[in-house]
Write a protein that binds this ligand. Structure first.
Ligand code: HEM
Length: 145
């Protein structure tokens, strides 16, 4: 085999390897974050959930005096990370941020109900259930009363 044939062969093999790796990336299972619709959908869901909670006489008391834009952004960042998005969450742990609020089980459930209602509007059944599964175990850190 002469030298130039060898070079062509090497080039061919390396471009095949590159194609293979880009196929693999394209076929990789999309994260929950991607399937939800990324930041635009996550932001709408978090915003609707918090607006709904702030207007619900049964749970609104915790949100008195809280800067809602900052809170919404923080929840979006956190859920982005937890669903596989490439955000950075710089807030407190769930335990630290909710400790003083003395949130009851009933309040937690109403909040998750608001989430479910919004998720029903914006994401598929499978994605809704996967996200609710991420929220459920947070109860032990959030409910303190
Ligand atoms: C699974 C459900 C919940 C999640 C994922 C969640 C998530 C968060 C996050 C990420 C923060 C921001 C922490 C920080 O920036 O340091 C936060 C703060 C807060 N959460 Fe929740 N939360 C949940 C349930 C609740 C419930 C049930 C209530 C009230 C009924 C509530 C009321 C608040 C309030 C008022 C703050 C602001 C606290 C402050 O700034 O002092 N959260 N939550």
């Amino acid at each position: 085999m002469n030298k130039s044939v060898l070079i062509v062969l090497i080039l061919l093999l390396s471009s095949c390897a590159q194609m293979q790796s880009s196929f693999t990336t394209a076929n990789a299972t999309p994260s929950l974050f991607e399937r939800i619709g990324g930041l635009p959908v996550l932001s709408v869901v978090v915003s609707e959930t918090i607006d709904n909670s702030v207007n619900d006489p049964k749970i609104k008391r915790s949100f008195d005096g809280i800067k809602l834009t900052t809170l919404k952004q923080s929840v979006v960042d956190q859920l982005c990370v937890l669903t596989g998005g490439s955000c950075v969450y710089e807030g407190e742990t769930m335990q630290n941020s909710h400790r003083d609020l003395k949130i009851t089980t009933a309040e937690f459930e109403l909040f998750v109900d608001a989430f479910r209602t919004s998720l029903n509007r914006h994401v598929g059944e499978r994605e809704k259930n996967e996200l609710l599964k991420i929220l459920a175990p947070m109860k032990r850190d959030i409910v303190t009363d």
